[in-house]
Structure formats: structure tokens, C-alpha cells
Design a protein around this ligand. Structure first.
Ligand code: IDP
Length: 151
């Protein structure tokens, strides 16, 4: 079972789409392990996006990500890293397929609503950046055998 970090960016909150987006992850069959509302300090966002330092969009990205609260979350599921990126759709919402979160709900790359880790290494790095260990719950779902054939 994999874990990943999902962040609902400030535009998700401004547009009142938190419930809609969380609902898509729950309905898919992913399990919520951690959830909180964070007004991230600039340093946290800079660390999160350190791979993009120097890119033309970097400054705008950090401003966007620090412009309001973010819903930070940790989820678990089978192949959740690649699967959650498929649920999100392409980074640029104008190229994202209909049916995906970005394809359905966003129009522009600088306002693409949601982040999902892109690899197991980044997932663990991002989870430990945004969450303390005690904020993550290890719980079992009674429905688990009806979502995944084996654990
Ligand atoms: P990802 O979020 O789909 O993993 P990345 O390439 O890692 O995409 O980019 C991180 C974030 O930076 C994007 O989600 C988007 O918010 C922003 N971004 C990426 N490219 C551009 C751009 O060309 N203009 C403005 N913002 C961008």
C-alpha cells in the first residue's frame, strides 16, 4: 500500500471546491490518514517546490501557494501515487482530460487547484515536510476487503 501527499491549493478554498475534490479521492477508494488547514510560511512552500527554483514561474508559484490557506492531506491506497495524478489530470488544466479534477474544474496552469506527489521518494519527503508523525492516523477500514482484494 502506498501513501501520498495531496494539497488543495488556495484557489480550491477560495472557490469552495474542498468538499468536491476530497470527495473524488474518497469515492475512488483511497483512505484518508491525515488532514489539516495550513497557512504555509514562505519557507515551507520554497522547500516543497525547491526543484522549480530558478524557473520563470517560480516566484508566481510561491506567491500563489502562500496567498491563503491550503488543505494538506495524506492518503493511502493501491498505486495511489500514479492513480492520484491521473485523477488530477495534466498540470496545465487546458490540456487536462474531461473527467479529471483539473480538466473539469480549472482552466489555467497557474491556478490548477491541487498538488499530488509524483514519486514515492517525493511523497515521503512531502509528507514529512507538511506533517508531524503524530498527525497521521494508522487506522483500518471495515470496507477494505471490498475496495482491495488483498491487503
Ligand atoms: P505538477 O503540480 O502537476 O506536479 P509541476 O511541473 O511539478 O506540476 O509544477 C508544479 C506547479 O507549478 C504546478 O502544479 C503549477 O501550479 C505550477 N506551474 C508549473 N508550470 C507552470 C507554468 O508554466 N506557469 C505557471 N505555473 C506553473
Amino acid at each position: 500500500m502506498e501513501r501520498t501527499f495531496i494539497a488543495l491549493k488556495p484557489d480550491t478554498l477560495q472557490r469552495g471546491l474542498v468538499g468536491d475534490i476530497i470527495n473524488r479521492f474518497e469515492k475512488k477508494g483511497f483512505q484518508l490518514l491525515g488532514l489539516k488547514l495550513v497557512q504555509p510560511p514562505r519557507e515551507l512552500v520554497e522547500k516543497h517546490y525547491e526543484e522549480h527554483l530558478g524557473r520563470p514561474f517560480y516566484e508566481g508559484l510561491v506567491n500563489y501557494m502562500t496567498s491563503g490557506p491550503i488543505v494538506a492531506s495524506v492518503w493511502q491506497g493501491k498505486n495511489i501515487i500514479s492513480s492520484s495524478r491521473s485523477l488530477l489530470g495534466a498540470t496545465d488544466p487546458s490540456k487536462a482530460a474531461p473527467g479529471t479534477i483539473r480538466g473539469d474544474l480549472a482552466t489555467q496552469v497557474g491556478r490548477n487547484l491541487v498538488h499530488a506527489s509524483d514519486s514515492p521518494v517525493n511523497a515521503e519527503r512531502e509528507i514529512s515536510l507538511w506533517f508531524a508523525a503524530k498527525e497521521i492516523q494508522n487506522w483500518s477500514r471495515s470496507l477494505e476487503p471490498w475496495i482491495n482484494e488483498e491487503n
